[in-house]
Ligand binder design. Sequence first.
Ligand code: ADP
Ligand code: MG
Length: 323
Amino acid sequence: MNEFQIISDYFLNLTPAHDQLILGIGDDAAIWKSGRGKQTVLTVDTLHVNRHFLPDCPPSSVAHKALAVNLSDCAAMGAKPVGFLLSLSMPKADERWLVDFCKGLQALANQYEVVLMGGDTTQGPLSVSITLMGEIKPNHELRRSGAKVGDDIYVSGTLGLPSLGLAILRDHRYCPEAAHDEAVQAYREPQPQIILGQSLLKLANACIDISDGFASDLTHILTASQCGARVMVDQLPISPLVKEYAADAQQALDWCLSGGDDYQLIFTVAPGQRKLVAELAEKLNIPLTRVGQITPGCELICQDAAGETVDLARKGWEHFADE
Ligand code: ADP
Ligand code: MG
């Protein structure tokens, strides 16, 4: 039973519908109607030591990642983040750890002007959970469910670099110093695409952020939108460092399709809007790469340059998948 089966079997219908709950379980964040013309966006994510970060990870990076992954969910909705709650569990009150943790948390919170509104502090195994609140105008949000047959599929930035970072840290993959630092930084301190998300509000039909892996997260758009997709794997924006330092082309592709932790946005746009997407990429100075198309049916088909179907070695990260 994987995490998605647990959610749908046990939590999806735990409580009845509520007229203020505009969007519940199943998207990157929930939307709550908080007043006339006002909508609150809510999302929570937890990082556990040894599962989401390695024990020797600098505390400032742990803090950065805990907030960044929530900001990324907010970005995927096109929302403006405003504040967060911090739940921290740690084995002992380690002041040096706390000072560095707060440095990382404060820096990212200031960058996106989000305030710490409250939280919970307990003694226990090291874990950080952040609940983020954002705002979005009614009927403006980007949902996973809006993709339409014929839409172009885009992905922001590059893919795979965090997977190289993880291979360096966990598997002692060798890389020269500059590449090493860039890959480790990409893994430890992802940059949420907040401005891009907000800029896509009038442009994109559907959007999701990549946490589990490109293929897995695109599949969430397909399921929610009841459609299929064809992806040209040779068009995927593979990070140049990944091309250089992955063991081979197969591993580079696997990291891009299934590695996860990229925190880039996948979004779909009507093909008539290609010029606007290109202009946005230039304005924000972020690569926005067209990698495929939404199709009828429900399958995700990945094709190489010769038109041959590429089988996914693995789909993406799933908690409990190996049980
Ligand atoms: P993301 O990767 O964008 O953070 P998840 O894959 O973690 O999203 O979750 C998918 C959906 O299921 C989200 O809408 C999330 O709020 C919901 N969800 C996950 N776990 C639970 C839970 N224990 N109870 C209720 N809803 C949950
Ligand atoms: Mg998400």
